[in-house]
Write a new protein. Structure first.
Lengths: 311, 318
């Protein structure tokens, strides 16, 4: 495969095609474009911490969405018992879920780091089930939602009216992406983490504390996804199973972007978000939007495996 | 020992088949559930022996159930044939999915199968004319008009079939292929094993077993619905059973199914909303502290002989 020129030309063509589709969509169905971007950013901001764990700790965390669900309930109960606004609950959620991450890592994840991938998958699947059904036992499967006034704010441009509150997803995606890039590129811990992600043994040889790096990265990711739960629950009703689809959609995005490519996740989430909202905008086909990510993931796997064979 | 094995199995099967003679209806119903889960646990373990994880049992179970139920309701096909068709449909579905995605294995395959139940649920919900949509489809009557003895024999047949398939996979050359794929794929490939073909074949066969179990289940309860037929129970319980009993063996899932199946009846009564939590905990604990399972641990203690070679999981490397 001629990698250099060919792949960069391909990439340009894909970017041009995506841009053209977005322009067309903007004229034809402006709603789809705006809400699609908002939805895409929600997917991206949830997928980014998962990509961090997978890229650096090397573990696929099937309980990812469940941590988000717990974060959402955390913010919900802070509001119910202490009257704290969910958006203000982001800060305590960050702290609390960093600790949750440390505990999860020490008790569970640490023990399967060197184990076969099979054990890791089974373990995090079991963990997801435990978290889901603990939530089910404690808080029942009844969906809950806070009556917040500010989430239904909207704006009108021309003939198009759309929700403005959802741009919080866009903002949080930008913040998380920029902070993560800064953390990984500029801080010593972040650079150490990148080194560990590339080659744990090599990193150990040059004196990086691998176990501590794993601990920090895992806990940081859990903290991020927990606090995203707080943002998520302002707009959506929450129930114990709410996180599960996000685990799969996040993985879909990571598989599309390629492991370790944080920026790519944002582009791929744009594709998924826009495509889903496009389908949702047709009466009678809206129910099918939920299988789009599956079609994407299967498509990506087929393309990837063919590329590998060609090599 | 090897020659004595088959008569032993036949006697065991005979004893199990004669169970309706001296037990009540309730115990038979419990046995039905245990045997269905046993078939699922065995089929899951069969695929695991090649170190591929499927989280898609619930999906293929539901596909089998829906196929059987819809063929019976809409095309008037007799229940037994429609059950076979349910197994076939699940097998074909898995073959197609396997052809598409099994070139990339490990976590890619695991996540694709994890999504299966959800995907099929969406499909079923969105085809209300065919499937009855979210309300599901009610069959005119349960199979054998609800006769518990015959129902039990049917389920016993499904479980015995999956047991037999599992033993065939253990005793023939397929076993060596799977074990070598598990241990080192590159070595397996260089000794002439077509890894992709074996895995697709294995995924299709195990899924057909799961489809059969689902089809039988649908006919026993005379009802299929998106929530019931694709319930996470059918993924979670078999995995917990196989892990508790011991991976990579035939007897492990069987022991696990009997133990957990009996316990689950108790749990369902006492913690109706949280009993699945227990299975999640079992999975986590089994992976962390008890990777050999019951059968693996006992086999090791007893002899350390031939049986342990197949039931051993690689220890976590430091």
């Amino acid at each position: 495969m001629g990698v250099g020129a060919n792949s960069s030309r391909n990439r340009c063509m894909i970017a041009a095609a995506v841009a053209a589709v977005i322009m067309l969509l903007g004229f034809w169905k402006p709603h789809v474009l705006i809400e699609g971007v908002q939805r895409a950013c929600l997917y991206a901001v949830i997928a980014l911490p998962m990509a961090l764990i997978l890229g650096i700790v090397g573990i696929i965390n099937l309980a990812h969405g469940e941590y988000m669900m717990l974060g959402a309930y955390f913010a919900y109960f802070l509001n119910v018992y202490f009257g704290i606004d969910p958006l203000a609950a982001i800060v305590p959620a960050l702290a609390a879920f960093f600790i949750v991450g440390v505990v999860s890592y020490r008790i569970i994840i640490k023990h399967v780091l060197g184990a076969p991938e099979l054990n890791q998958l089974l373990l995090t699947f079991g963990l997801a089930m435990v978290l889901e059904h603990t939530a089910n036992l404690l808080w029942t499967s009844r969906p809950v939602k806070l009556p917040l006034q500010y989430v239904s704010s909207s704006a009108t441009i021309g003939s198009v009216t759309f929700g403005t509150y959802e741009f919080i997803y866009v903002a949080s995606a930008v913040v998380v992406l920029v902070c993560l890039q800064w953390f990984l590129k500029k801080t010593a811990t972040g650079q150490a983490a990148l080194a560990v992600g590339q080659n744990p043994r090599g990193a150990k040889l040059v004196g990086i504390h691998v176990d501590r790096t794993y601990l920090i990265i895992f806990s940081l990711s859990i903290a991020l996804v927990g606090s995203i739960g707080a943002i998520f629950m302002t707009r959506h009703s929450i129930f114990p199973l709410v996180g599960a689809p996000f685990t799969m959609k996040s993985f879909c995005l990571i598989a599309m972007a390629g492991i370790g490519n944080l920026m790519g996740i944002v582009w791929c989430s744009l594709i998924l978000g826009l495509a889903e909202n496009f389908l949702l905008s047709f009466r009678g086909y809206a129910g099918w939007a939920d299988i789009l990510f599956f079609a994407l993931i299967v498509g990506v796997i087929m393309v990837r495996s063919r590329q590998r064979q060609v090599k | 020992m090897k020659t004595a094995r088959y008569p032993t199995y036949l006697i065991l099967l005979g004893v199990l088949a004669s169970l309706p003679l001296y037990t009540g209806v309730y115990l038979l119903n419990v046995m039905d559930i245990i045997l269905i889960y046993m078939a699922l646990a065995l089929s899951w373990d069969m695929l695991l022996r090649s170190s591929q994880i499927s989280f898609g049992m619930a999906g293929l179970f539901g596909v089998g159930g829906y196929t059987a139920a819809l063929l019976h309701v809409h095309a008037g096909i007799t229940p037994l044939i429609s059950i076979a068709a349910g197994g076939l449909a699940a097998g074909l579905m898995a073959w197609g999915i396997g052809m598409a995605v099994l070139q990339l294995r490990g976590m890619y395959f695991a996540i694709v199968t994890l999504a299966l139940a959800e995907i099929f649920r969406v499909v079923v919900r969105n085809l209300p004319d065919l499937t009855g949509g979210p309300e599901g489809t009610v069959l005119p009557s349960a199979i054998f008009a609800g006769n518990s003895t015959r129902t039990y024999w049917l389920v016993l047949g499904v479980a015995a079939l999956s047991f037999a398939v599992s033993e065939i996979f253990r005793r023939t050359r397929i076993h060596f292929a799977l074990t070598s794929i598990r241990n080192d794929e590159i070595v397996a490939r260089s000794s002439g094993i077509d890894v992709f073909k074996y895995l697709v074949f294995l995924f299709a066969v195990t899924s057909a077993v799961q489809g059969l179990a689902g089809a039988a289940y649908a006919h026993i309860y005379a009802f299929v619905s998106p929530e019931g037929s694709f319930s996470v129970d059918f993924t979670l319980l078999p995995i917990a059973m196989a892990l508790l009993g011991g991976m990579h063996s035939t007897w492990g899932p069987v022991v696990g199914a009997v133990l957990l199946g009996a316990i689950s009846e108790f749990l369902k009564l006492h913690i109706p909303y949280g009993h699945l939590l227990v299975y999640g905990l079992i999975i986590v604990f089994a992976i962390l502290f008890f990777p050999q399972g019951i059968v693996g641990t006992l086999g090791k203690k007893r002899s350390g002989g031939a049986e342990t070679e197949t039931s051993g999981t690689p220890e976590p490397a430091p």
